[in-house]
Every structure is written in structure tokens, then in C-alpha cells.
Design a protein. Sequence first.
Length: 305
Amino acid sequence: MICDHSVELGAIGSLASPVMISSGTFGVAKPYMELLRGQPVGAVVTKTITLNPKAGNPQPRIYEGPCYLINSIGLENQGVDRFVDFYNDEYGEIGFPVIVSISGNSVDEFVTIARKLNSIDGLLGLELNLSCPNVDGEGLAFGSVPERIGEVVKACGSCSRFPLIAKLSPFQAIDDSFALAAARAGAAAISLINTVPAMVLDIHRFRPATGALSGGMSGPAVKPIALKMIYEISRSVDIPVIGMGGIASGEDAIEFLMAGARAISIGTMNMVDPSLPGQIMGKIAGFMERHDIENLPEISRRFHL
């Protein structure tokens, strides 16, 4: 039996594989690229880019717990102008379709970044980081009211030549109002969930365990939360949903596809094992052959209560 492992993401286009790599976990250093070479990666999402350079949060920025990771990076980056100037040097030959993650403190900042990125050829799309939990104001300022999500999507859509993905937090996925607002404003897809706001205290030093008070929790511990939200949001909108949140194995990825995700994205566990995309795709392929499934959407269609 010949199984089709490609993914259709509407206006974004077709991916050769449903396995994507989440924002903040994809590096372009040569040793890392060697680990990924030849692996079945459908697309990669860059670390979030802001209008101006950001130094990020104070150290320590990472706390590792049982089955979870809290990051408090704070969107450290060198700004959109530097990103555009060096894009070809850093991303031009990576061999995977690229989606650029962007965030701003205002609608105008989102729009300015989107316009500047128009000078880059070949991008698959822009992911609007509307829900980053480890910075003050950035992105998350738009997260409390669905109409604000719609404003950002509509404004960026009016100036960007690339399709837009709205990235939502678990709080924005408790109901479908935020996803619907993004879809109505012209988003090509929804990605969720972003990390979960969280904190850990160092009781021996009477202070937070990270340099900033809190950060974003990811890793296997958040998977059941993400899975429920993927199931509900994918049935509320008519655009593709890209699922992420704690995916650590091929079985996890199949659950997300079964719940309604059109594609899946791996983040924290990609840093643990860069060979994970190949392992996941191998499990998906074997599952499809074993159950006589011809294409990926059929995995979700067979799911029943």
C-alpha cells in the first residue's frame, strides 16, 4: 500500500512531511544542521523576531523539572533588520521551508516587521506570536481580547505577501473565540499551544529559580492540555491547525493528528534529541501501513467517541 505523508495547509501550501520544528528550538549552527540533514522535516519556524534588538531576560533562563522545561529567554534576538540582512547567509541553504515567527508591542510594530520581511524570497509564511508568556507586554498584550487578535492578523495580512499563522496560548484556546477571530481576519492557519505560564521558586535562596519571576512551561507535562485544545479548536475553525505541546514520540504525534491537527510541531524534545523528526515520521508511516490508512487526514476521520 502506498501512503501519502504530505500535508496540505491551505494558503500556506503543501509540506512533504507533517513534522515541523517549533519556534525557538531551531538552530542554524553547522553541527546542528548536520544532525538534521536528510530528516523528514516539513518546515521550521525561526526564533521570534522583534522590531528592535532584545537582550532578553536575566540569567538563569532555563529550569528543567520532571517532564517539563520552563524557559525565560525573553525573546532575545538581534532585531528584524539584522535578520533580513543575514537571512540568506543563515537560512538560504538549510534545505527546509522556513516560517518566520514575529512579535510586537503594538499593531504598528507587527506591521512594520511584516513589511520588512517582504524583501525575503521564499518564506513559507509568518507566525504571529500573539501569546508569549515570558516577556512583559510583547505579544501577550494582544492576548486578552479576541478582537485584538483580529486587528493584528488583519493589519499584517494587508501588508504581508506571505500567509499568516496565528499562534495562540492555552488561555486563548480555552474557547474558540480567539481562533475564530484570527480566522475571520484572514489567518491561513492556527498554531497552538504556546508554552504555559509557570514559575518555580528556589526555597534555599528565597527567590525565583529563574532570573525573571516566571517563564513558559513546555515538555511532555503539557501534552494532555494541548491535545484537548487541538481537538476542540480544530473543530471550530475551517483553517488548518498546527498542533504542538509536549510531543515526545511518534505515538504522541499520532494522537495530535487523530485529534484534528493537520501538522505537528516539536519543540522542547527537539533540543533533547534532534533525530526525533525521523523517529516520529517512521512511527506515523508504520501506523498508516498497519491500519491501511492512505493519507494523513484519514487518521482524524477514523477517530470516534
